[in-house]
Design a protein around this ligand. Structure first.
Ligand code: FO1
Length: 306
């Protein structure tokens, strides 16, 4: 069965590991967020693509949820000592990925071609495709001005008050090659439990992807990144509030209501089931917190069967 996963953020790694355990690699296409990408230190850094690459290559630092396990930060310290900002922690081994990606971009390759080159060299068999090869940036409007997701969350530690969020470039960008066909030809689309606004929103708001999600006959399921009124992690709540969405599984259902068939919510959130059904989709109760690999595999199985 052909499956397309729409993912982004560090929270996606666990579910991707679960899916990797139960789905044949050649049946899985993973479409990654690009809204968090950033130019820093003269390099093009794509955190959400790298999280998927490192997860499937079993080299992700699982404790942090980003970067490579056992990495060191000698380059970063030296860069700071030379008087430059060094707030975004690129490890010495991680650096090689960004240097190679930036070199290949400079030689004229597309981001999707570079991503498949990296995947091949890391012996990953699943297809990993950035949502678009063009520039698409999640911009957070705050009391301190407009900023990129990394500037808001990492540099400013999520402290500025969020007043709005928009996707710079969304009107003009086209999906990368094979993204729309993968959505149209899959039997199932799985949306991981990333931040709906900054990790999933940029991808599903690309006009041709939004259209493909409406047209496809695939079963479309998502996992809620919210339990009760609290995000499982990160700034999803602040962003949802700023966009006028209820911070609850029902708010997630509303955000995905243009295409979703089933929202998987936590067992403790049964009280939201009717509000979710009123939005035209099913609510399925499951254990959605993944504490270990067994939980990752169990949730993957739920998402393949509801
Ligand atoms: N997150 C942090 O909180 N601090 C960092 O210094 C940091 C560095 C970093 C480097 C490479 C990478 O791939 C991810 C990194 N992240 C870091 C995670 C990243 O900021 C976000 O969690 C994702 O963009 C959310 O999707």
């Amino acid at each position: 069965m052909m499956i397309t996963v729409i993912c982004g953020g560090t929270g996606s790694a666990k579910l991707i590991r679960g899916l990797d355990a139960v789905v044949d690699a050649e049946d899985l296409t993973i479409i990654t967020n690009v809204g968090d990408n950033i130019w820093l230190y003269g390099l093009y850094i794509c955190p959400d693509i790298d999280t998927v690459l490192y997860t499937l290559n079993a080299s992700l630092d699982e404790k942090r949820g980003w970067g490579l396990r056992d990495d060191t930060f000698v380059f970063l310290r030296r860069y700071g000592a030379l008087g430059e900002d060094n707030w975004f922690k690129i490890g010495d081994n991680d650096l090689a990925t960004h240097v190679l990606r930036t070199k290949l971009l400079g030689e004229g390759h597309t981001l999707s071609r570079i991503t498949s080159t990296l995947a091949r060299r890391l012996r990953i068999r699943q297809r990993i495709i950035p949502a678009t090869d063009q520039s698409l940036q999640t911009i957070i409007l705050t009391t301190k001005g407009e900023m990129n997701l990394q500037e808001y969350w990492v540099r400013d530690q999520g402290e500025p008050i969020v007043q709005g969020v928009y996707y710079r470039g969304i009107e003009h960008v086209e999906p990368s090659k094979d993204v729309s066909s993968s959505i149209l030809e899959s039997e199932r689309i799985i949306v991981t439990s990333g931040n709906p606004i900054s990790s999933i929103g940029p991808t599903i708001s690309i006009p041709q992807i939004a259209e493909a999600l409406k047209r496809t006959t695939a079963t479309k399921v998502a996992v809620s990144p919210i339990i009760g009124n609290s995000p499982i992690n990160g700034p999803a709540g602040r962003m949802m509030k700023a966009l006028g969405l209820d911070v609850s599984p029902a708010g997630i259902a509303k955000f995905y209501s243009s295409f979703l068939d089933t929202l998987v919510i936590d067992r403790t959130d049964e009280s939201y089931s009717n509000a979710i059904k009123d939005l035209g989709m099913k609510a399925h109760l499951a254990d959605i917190i993944m504490r270990n690999h067994e939980d990752e595999v169990e949730l993957a199985k739920v998402l393949l069967s509801v």
